[in-house]
Design a protein around this ligand. Structure first.
Ligand code: AGP
Length: 610
């Protein structure tokens, strides 16, 4: 996902846009650029690399303008370099555009424009769109209408901001599939792909919806749809606080967010536990509880870490709510023409609420009449707004690209949804209360695990040079094995594979030797003895073993090389605890490798392209 920031007002837009781009850099950061328009000139500065490289260039250029747009890029078309960086512009350098998304028919449009005499400097789809807009401007259409006409020819996803020297008192913004939010200030207005770039200036925002185009001046705005019909938009107030976006004294956002988990999971259940009923109250599902509990089938669809959470949710719901659950990769679900019945309930899990594959899968499910629910972290995100109903996980902004606190909060919400359904079915009041009591005890248990941070750091020391890792778990902890492997892969670039522990004998055990570290998730649960057998199989082949075990388990110590002992909890909630040592292990290995933990190579925080 790319970062978009625009400003129009009485101040110099350059420092405002730069500050905003820095807040968005976690979303995509392989190149950056800014374009400005003032009464004297138009300027564009762009570069490969991070916003800091752009800032260095701007310090030399000393730009000062009341109107500007800026962009941080996560490359989809064309290598990350200066030419392909945004903003893109026309030959006269009097029309500039930044874009988040993919123009799917850009080749057809490019051919048409070439026939009109246009030349192209970059390999991007974005340049095609800005020159298409230019072609309508050349017909003396207004900037707004030129954008609207051009977008009517576009297929694909976009979040764009456009400025022109011919109309230097406005920004035109439009969205379809990629988020855009307007910030309403005093004699100044803003546009961004994320509220976090706006809140130090204003908390009054307007979320654009798909196929909407906005004309923004410094003291007003209007919105129309792609068919030129006026749309009334509400100004909303954002509750996000600025200090939630800083590192709070930690060296990395990822460590801050790992350490925040006692608080973030508290927020995931705040006001939702009903001890008198042994159940939960989820405001976002009000009116849908019975339909949810009577679902013939529940499908859970997501990507990445959220897909791992979905797998845990499958085990929870099937065990305690007796409803068949299927878990689907959203990217597969949207294209394999799934069979969906109107009495299906489909849960879509997404931290960012902007993942393109998940959003598209959700729209496909809605078309087929299923009940579509969202489990999101970002309030007002596209998936949250597209859902018929849903539950926010309230984890607070997750800036680190590797998802940590969002995962445990997703599990908290899935456990509460399971309890809500189970108590409408066969689960007793007493058992319901047991789950609530354990949910309430989790923040304290997580704190105990986090106190082992330096012990886990010492273990990480021994694995900095590892080339491969196996993560093994069973039952509820099989998805945790997948999640632990993903954490290590995405921030340390060490290849790691998560596997059901029993499956290891059906092939992967051939990988085991003294150079293959194996992480076993082996808490005292209903299948503990089976996992111990798997540990012995690895030990017999000289594998180096790290185990996540339950405190007071003294039998396991003699079987493994390193053991991290964590508090006990109910089997259904164990993943919320067992994942945390794995988050810290991956974090410390990556830091010791000197890698950029918050912004790993090739990744972006939210993948808003296919
Ligand atoms: C998680 O660490 C990854 N960064 C990635 O797999 C992420 O979980 C995935 O892209 C889904 O994102 P979402 O939850 O925002 O939809």
């Amino acid at each position: 996902m790319c970062g978009i920031v625009g400003y129009i007002g009485n101040k110099n837009c350059v420092p405002i846009i730069l500050e905003g781009l820095k807040r968005l850099e976690y979303r995509g950061y392989d190149s950056a650029g800014i374009a400005t328009i003032n009464s004297v000139s138009t300027d564009v500065v762009k570069c490969e690399g991070k916003v800091s490289a752009l800032e260095a260039m701007l310090n030399l250029n000393k730009l000062d303008a009341p109107l500007g747009i800026g962009h941080t890029r996560w490359a989809t078309h064309g290598a990350p370099n200066e030419i392909n960086a945004h903003p893109h512009f026309n030959e006269n350098k009097d029309l500039f555009m930044i874009h988040n998304g993919i123009i799917e028919n850009y080749q057809v449009l490019k051919t048409k424009l070439k026939k009109q005499g246009y030349n192209f400097a970059s390999e991007t789809d974005t340049e095609v769109l800005v020159l298409l807009i230019d072609s309508f401007m050349k017909k003396n259409l207004s900037l707004f209408d030129s954008v609207r006409y051009a977008l009517n020819e576009v297929e694909g996803a976009y979040g764009i901001a456009v400025i022109s020297k011919k109309e230097p008192d406005k920004i035109i913004a439009a969205r379809k599939g990629s988020p855009l939010v307007i910030g309403i200030g005093e004699n100044e207005n803003f546009i961004s792909s994320d509220v976090s770039a706006l809140i130090q200036h204003t908390k009054r925002v307007v979320y654009l919806d798909d196929n909407e185009i906005c004309e923004l001046t410094k003291d007003n705005f209007f919105v129309k749809n792609i068919s030129d019909e006026s749309i009334k938009k509400e100004i909303e107030n954002v509750t996000l606080e600025l200090d939630e976006l800083s590192k709070g004294g930690y060296p990395h956002f990822m460590l801050k967010e790992i350490m925040e988990q006692p608080d973030s999971i508290t927020n995931a259940m705040r006001g939702r536990l009903l001890f008198k009923e042994g159940s939960t109250k989820l405001g976002g599902l009000q009116g849908y509880e019975d339909r949810l509990a009577n679902s013939k089938r529940i499908i859970i669809s997501a990507c990445g870490t959220s897909w791992h959470a979905a797998l845990v949710g499958e085990y929870m719901i099937e065990q305690f709510a007796q409803i068949p659950v299927e878990v689907e990769y959203a990217s597969e679900f949207r294209y394999r023409s799934p069979i969906i019945y109107s009495d299906d309930t489909i849960l879509f899990i997404s931290q960012s609420g902007e993942t393109a594959d998940t959003l598209a899968a959700m729209k496909e499910a809605k078309r087929k009449g299923a009940l579509v629910l969202g489990i999101c972290n970002v309030v007002g995100s596209s998936i949250a707004r597209e859902s018929e109903a849903g539950v926010y996980i309230h984890a607070g902004p997750e800036i680190g690209v590797a998802s940590t606190k969002a995962f445990t909060s997703q599990l908290m919400v899935l456990a509460q949804i399971t309890l809500l359904i189970a108590r409408k079915k066969s689960m007793s009041f007493v058992d319901g209360k047991k789950v609530l009591t354990e949910l309430e005890a989790l923040p304290g248990k997580i704190k105990k695990i986090l106190e082992m941070n330096s012990e886990i750091e010492k273990i990480a020391e021994h694995f900095v040079d590892a080339k491969n890792f196996l993560y093994l778990g069973r039952g509820y902890n099989f998805p945790v094995a997948l999640e632990g492997a993903l954490k290590l892969k995405e921030i340390s670039y060490i290849h790691a594979e998560g596997y059901p522990a029993a499956e290891m004998k059906h092939g992967p055990i051939a990988l085991i030797d003294e150079n293959m570290p194996a992480v076993f998730i082996a808490p005292h649960d209903s299948i503990y003895d089976k996992v111990i057998s798997n540990i012995q199989e690895v030990r017999a082949r000289k594998g180096r073993i790290i185990a996540i075990a339950t405190e007071n388990d003294y039998d396991i110590d003699g079987l493994v090389d390193y053991c991290i002992k964590i508090p006990h909890t109910l089997e259904i909630l164990m993943p919320i605890l067992t994942v945390i040592p794995l988050q810290l292990l991956a974090y410390h290995i990556a830091v010791k490798k000197g890698l950029n933990v918050d912004q790993p190579r090739n990744l972006a925080k939210s993948v808003t392209v296919e």
